[in-house]
Design a protein around this ligand. Structure first.
Ligand code: ADP
Length: 672
């Protein structure tokens, strides 16, 4: 026998007070979706008392889910008034709605939306976690809920291993673990066979018998028949509202005015914070470990970028140190003096040049002095086979020097016995080449005996035999690609640069710089100008600054790439996890909580990658310095820089995806 409820409906629709016996009341509620022609809910007035078991039926598209979303505070009505347990919620803030959902309402959706990689018990405890229930109480409350649906023996199993029916029972356990006053179930048996459907309904019935208000949307006639009241809805309007059972309403087991599972509020602030931090870490770690490959690739991308950055720091420190040392040494014991009118001196005053150089060489604390005469590279044409051939791709410079130069500056000439011939004005044309120039000119040579016998090159249109090779080494990069000839060849070159290179005892270069011009030319010291040694200090600084900024720029690009990679990967994760996020929101997680969990994931990924990157950077620096035979300079903060960089960039890359996740509309996402 069915009894019309229209009397109650009218009476309850006028309700404005705070009668706790009324679970939900709606007064002329409409919901029109943006862009829709007609409202999905139109002028719905309805009152549901605490402890009722109500089914909502109607054809597809009639507005059932819309109604359920409005009742469950997942969606707001466009107009009308809604009160939950006597409290008007139309103007309530989003945070208050989250709290009400968390404390009063439990959801069971058609798709169970369990988190497959988590255990059954931790699925059942999600709501308790959001409520901030302490861990020990949480475990026992979740176990109670699992016992209620007969799943306690599966508590440690991963939820993805459950059957469809078991998952739906788990969804019920999850919904009831927080002791909600109202259960809203949207097609809870939609995906189940008749046997499992019956069990699910039994549990809902059992819950109802313990005082919980149950509202079920269903297509299933059997389910609808189990309810005490059936509300039919068509085109967004209630077309019938009848009582289907005559038995008395169950007495609530828990007094309705008692707070739901509210142990959280009795905890101290500190233990609540610690508990929620541990939960956040646990959630983030389990989300990351559920997608191992993605997490590992993400960490790797970050680690490489951070490794690049910290490595860059280490390498730039090491390189600057090496350059500094070299320049410092050079500035301590080397001196370069430019002589005016090089071509003129070579042509008319070669003897003057030699005696000037000798005078400098005899100064106290001078180890040796030699002239080096360098042609402007564009003025000479050096080829191997024919003078008309193209020059090698590497531009070769042409120099001439006195006999002691190589010796004074420790440049090894092979073979050793050619040294004097180079400087002999009576000797015919001859040349020695740097090893790199020998390769560029295709000159066969051996490191023991020098160039193959009888090899020569063309310098302009003069055939010049090669009598030796030398390795200028890292201290003389300016001679890396060079050919040294005897002075007679240089006389043909019109534009040239003449210098006297002086090697002093360590620390005497500045003192010698002051007297060398006078020693070179006592009558006209202005002919000789010392290349300013002080410049070396500023060059040192510039080189190390330039290197630092170049490497920093490169690292920044790497870092940006890592952030973009991480952000897009997290964004995709948010898309994949939209159902889970919606579920958490439905349970009552605030937007901030959702946001926080993604940012924490970014932080964990970034920090792990940062530590790894710090190690990569250190190892790279060690390798580079070992290969270059430089003493490694490892700033002690290198590893810390890596970790901090990683953590910061991890957070930065998570901000946008976290924001997207927190803005998801649970009502829409749960349907998807
Ligand atoms: P039911 O649950 O009875 O199948 P719904 O409440 O899902 O019906 O939908 C009612 C009407 O509102 C349908 O016409 C549906 O297309 C429309 N609708 C539902 N959700 C949205 C939405 N987010 N935006 C626009 N239209 C929607």
């Amino acid at each position: 026998m069915t009894i019309s409820r229209s009397g109650l409906l009218t009476r309850r629709a006028e309700y404005t007070g705070s009668d706790n016996a009324l679970a939900i009341s709606l007064e002329r509620v409409s919901r029109t979706y943006p862009g829709a022609d007609s409202p999905a809910l139109s002028d719905v007035s309805l009152a549901i008392e605490s402890g009722e078991f109500v089914s909502i039926v109607g054809p597809s598209g009639s507005g059932k889910s819309t109604l359920l979303n409005v009742l469950g505070l997942l969606d707001r009505a466009s107009s009308g008034r809604l009160a939950i347990r006597g409290q008007a919620v139309d103007a309530a803030s989003e945070r208050s709605l989250d709290t009400m959902r968390l404390r009063l309402i439990g959801f069971v959706f058609q798709s169970s939306n369990v988190i497959g990689d988590d255990s059954v018990i931790s699925n059942a405890a999600i709501g308790l976690r959001v409520q901030g229930v302490p861990m020990d109480e949480r475990a026992s409350a979740a176990l109670d809920a699992l016992e209620f649906v007969g799943l306690e023996h599966k508590r440690k199993v991963q939820a993805k291993l459950l059957s469809g029916g078991e998952r739906q029972r788990l969804a019920i356990a999850r919904a009831i673990a927080t002791h909600p006053r109202i259960i809203l179930a949207d097609e809870p048996t939609g995906n189940l066979d008749s046997n499992n459907s019956r069990r699910v309904i039994e549990y809902l019935r059992k819950l109802n018998s313990e005082g919980v208000t149950v509202i079920v949307i269903t297509h299933d006639v059997d389910v609808a028949n189990q309810a005490d009241r059936r509300i039919e809805i068509r085109d967004g309007r209630i077309t019938s509202d009848v009582e289907t059972k005559s038995q008395p309403m169950p007495q609530p087991r828990v007094p309705v005015d008692l707070e739901p599972f509210g142990a959280a509020s009795q905890q101290s602030w500190v233990s609540r914070t610690v508990c929620s931090l541990m939960d956040d870490w646990g959630d983030a770690l389990s989300a990351l470990s559920a997608r191992t490959l993605r997490t590992m690739l993400l960490i790797l991308a970050f680690a490489i970028a951070i490794g690049g950055m910290t490595g860059a720091l280490g390498i730039s420190s090491t390189t600057s140190n090496a350059i500094n040392n070299r320049l410092a040494i050079a500035s301590q014991d080397r001196l370069s003096i430019s002589i005016e009118d090089g071509p003129g001196v070579l042509r008319d005053d070669f003897d003057g040049l030699r005696s000037g150089v000798d005078r400098i060489a005899r100064l106290p604390h001078v180890v040796g002095a030699s002239y080096v005469y360098s042609a402007v590279p564009a003025d000479v044409h050096i080829t191997r086979v024919r003078p008309s051939d193209l020059e090698p791709e590497t531009p070769l410079s042409l120099h001439s020097s006195s006999k002691n130069y190589f010796n004074d500056f420790g440049i090894e000439l092979i073979p050793h016995n050619i040294r004097s011939a180079l400087d002999d004005p009576l000797a015919g044309p001859l040349a020695v080449v740097s090893t790199k120039a020998a390769i560029a000119l295709d000159i066969p040579y051996s490191k023991k005996s020098g160039p193959a016998a009888g090899v020569s090159v063309w310098i302009d249109d003069q055939l010049v035999p090669i009598v030796g090779v030398f390795e200028p080494g890292p201290n003389f990069p300016e001679y890396a690609d060079s050919v040294f000839v005897n002075a007679s060849i240089m006389r043909a070159v019109s534009r040239s640069d003449l210098k006297v290179q002086v090697r002093t005892e360590k620390g005497f270069s500045a003192a010698i710089a002051r007297v060398a011009p006078l020693a070179y030319s006592p009558s006209d010291p202005g002919k000789a100008k010392v290349d300013v040694t002080a410049d070396i200090q500023s060059i040192r600084q510039d080189v190390s600054n330039d290197l630092g900024s170049l490497i920093a720029l490169l690292s920044l690009v790497l870092m940006l790439l890592a952030i973009i990679t991480a952000a897009s990967s997290m964004y995709l994760t948010v898309q994949n996890r939209s159902a889970e996020i919606a579920l958490r929101r439905a349970i009552g997680s605030s937007r901030w909580l959702i946001c926080r969990s993604f940012i924490l994931e970014g932080f964990i990924v970034g920090m792990t990658a940062g530590s790894l990157g710090g190690i990569i950077g250190t190892v790279t620096t060690l390798c580079v310095s070992w290969i270059q035979a430089w003493p490694p300079v490892l700033p002690p903060e290198l590893w810390l820089v890596g970790v901090l960089l990683g953590a910061t960039t991890g957070i930065v890359s998570a901000i946008y995806p976290a924001w997207v996740a927190s803005r998801q509309d649970p009502a829409i996402a749960i349907r998807a």
